[in-house]
Design a protein around this ligand. Structure first.
Ligand code: XUL
Length: 531
């Protein structure tokens, strides 16, 4: 450490709606969070015109965002950190998490351009000329069913693709998105020299050269062979011509990609700290929630709702809804993703003119089980189960009854989480919860009651950014020849004791009774939507 004091580690999280930072201070063998900061894209950078971080779509199935906006947000947030009063000369390493699957397309001027960023000039006009595609397709996109079918057919079927890459083809995964780009804009594809994930793109901007992807985020592409963490040639060849030449290297999540480039040192007075390879937000949340052993699950209630847990072996979901990703620990993780997460909760809140406090009161004013009334909150196209044509479905539920609708959206989300995580084969007695909605005790109580499990809430609001900071610490110690085990990394975090919410046996019994009716309603309606 070149300067006195304890080492600092920075974790960033570029999610759908915001960029967040968590700074850890490591002292006396332990580490603790000393700063949390966040910047919401719509509010902080209104000139990009995003809504909830997404560019207004021409087609409702298309979801895109702006890579330049993410870089401008990075610049702003690092400026805020530099002015926060923390002595950032103590910054030993940083890493990041990002929304998964989204891709960024760079031309052959990017390698030089990233190296030569001018700290005296604003960043956006320096990034724009490096892009061969001005926008980035993101995980909410559901416009590539035809491309999914073509890729699956070319490699021998959905099951073969899932066996190798961890998932059958999903619309939002990077390979179908790349295939669509090649078909729609062949000249722009030809002018593309490197295709990054959101994670590896931002890491590249920080180190001033092309960064690798890690197996955690790489497994969200339908292109990586899970077992060997190498590009799987049949899927690469099935996606687009000469794609292999355009893909980044794959490196361990604990590898150092480079150091903060001169640009960042001069622009914000930051040190040449090590930059560990970035990963996806879900793999980082796994670490942030301390789930480094098999048998525990995490739930993230963010823009997407996700349920995940570590796996020693890659057990692929035969039903085709879940995914297996790489875990930053070098193991695997099972995950199921729902697109109607916080935006669905928000749509119900707004429909009845409620604040969040009013939403909570409405939840409390309605009775568990909702008298059997059910909702399928498919405000947007749903990933799990696959529903391409959005639309809310109600059964026995009066659309005008605000408390019943508030309860119905939360109960449906929790029952869907339970139903579609069974394939992971994990007995769930404790759930570690994170994400914006985890602040709401009423929602977590429904989670506890539906699962019949204890729910623990992390005090740090952003588990993905925390996980990225812990990964930076892990990578730095490994690089310095003083490695720490993952148990030590998560065990030495001095976190205030997490809030714990217990299941009520009577309410749990009620949900066990309701679950088959919910499952049947979901099965019927998703089948009808597919016709
Ligand atoms: C994961 C997924 C989402 C995004 C959200 O497969 O699509 O959870 O990572 O940021």
């Amino acid at each position: 450490m070149p300067h006195g004091g304890d080492a600092l580690y920075l974790g960033l999280d570029c999610s759908t709606q915001s960029l967040s930072a968590v700074v850890l201070e490591a002292s006396n063998g332990n580490h603790r969070v000393v700063l949390e900061q966040s910047l919401a894209f719509d509010d902080a950078l209104p000139h990009y015109g995003t809504r909830h971080g997404v560019l207004p779509p021409r087609d409702p199935a298309v979801a895109q965002s702006s890579p330049v906006m993410w870089v401008e947000a990075l610049d702003r947030l690092l400026a805020q950190l530099a002015g926060s009063g923390l002595d950032l000369r103590r910054l030993a390493a940083l890493s990041g998490a990002a929304q998964q699957h989204g891709s960024v397309y760079l031309n052959d001027g990017a390698a030089r351009g990233l190296e030569a960023l001018d700290p005296a000039r604003p960043l956006p006009p320096q990034i724009v000329p490096l892009l061969s595609r001005p926008i980035a397709p993101i995980w909410m996109d559901s416009s590539t069913r035809a491309e999914c079918d073509a890729i699956e057919a070319a490699v021998g079927g959905a099951a073969v693709l899932a066996r190798h890459t961890g998932s059958r083809a999903f619309e939002r995964f990077t390979a179908p998105q790349i295939r669509k780009f090649w078909q729609d804009a062949p000249a722009a594809y030809a002018a593309t020299d490197r295709i990054h994930l959101v994670s590896s793109f931002l890491a590249s901007v920080l180190i001033g050269r092309h960064a690798p992807v890690d197996p955690g985020d790489g497994s969200g592409m339908n292109l990586m062979d899970l077992a060997s963490a190498t590009w799987w040639t049949p899927a690469v060849d099935a996606t687009a011509p000469d794609l292999r030449l355009r893909l980044p290297a794959i490196a361990s999540s604990s590898a150092i990609a480079g150091r903060l480039s001169r640009h960042w040192q001069l622009r914000h007075g930051l040190p040449g700290a090590m930059v560990a390879v970035w990963s996806g937000d879900n793999p980082c949340s796994l670490v942030g929630l301390g789930l480094v052993r098999e048998g525990r699950v995490g739930v993230s209630l963010g823009t997407s709702d996700t349920i995940f847990g570590l796996m020693r072996e890659p057990r692929v979901d035969a039903g085709g809804t879940g995914h297996v990703f790489g875990s930053p620990t070098g193991d695997f993780m099972g995950i199921t993703v729902f697109s109607n997460g916080s935006l669905a909760r928000e749509r119900v809140r707004d429909r009845y003119g409620l604040t969040w406090a009013g939403f909570t009161r409405a939840l409390e004013a309605s009775s568990p089980g909702n008298g059997g009334a059910l909702m399928l909150p498919w405000f947007d196209a749903e990933i799990t189960p696959a529903v391409a044509v959005p639309g809310v479905r109600r059964r026995g539920l009066d659309e005008h009854d605000a408390p019943a609708n508030v309860r119905a959206v939360v109960e449906a989300q929790m029952m869907a989480l339970l139903l579609h995580s069974r394939w992971m084969g994990v007995a769930v007695d404790v759930i570690h919860a994170t994400g914006g909605a985890a602040a709401n005790t009423g929602i977590l109580q429904v989670m506890a009651d539906v699962f019949g499990a204890e729910v623990r809430r992390l005090e740090v609001s952003n588990a993905a950014a925390l996980g990225a900071a812990l990964r930076a610490l892990h990578a730095h110690r490994l690089e310095s020849g003083t490695p720490l085990s993952w148990d030590e990394i998560v065990g030495r975090l001095e976190a205030p004791s997490p809030g714990s919410i217990r299941a009520d046996p009577v309410r749990h019994a009620k949900y066990r009774e309701l679950l088959p009716a919910y499952a049947e309603f979901e099965r019927l309606e998703s089948a009808r939507a597919a016709q």
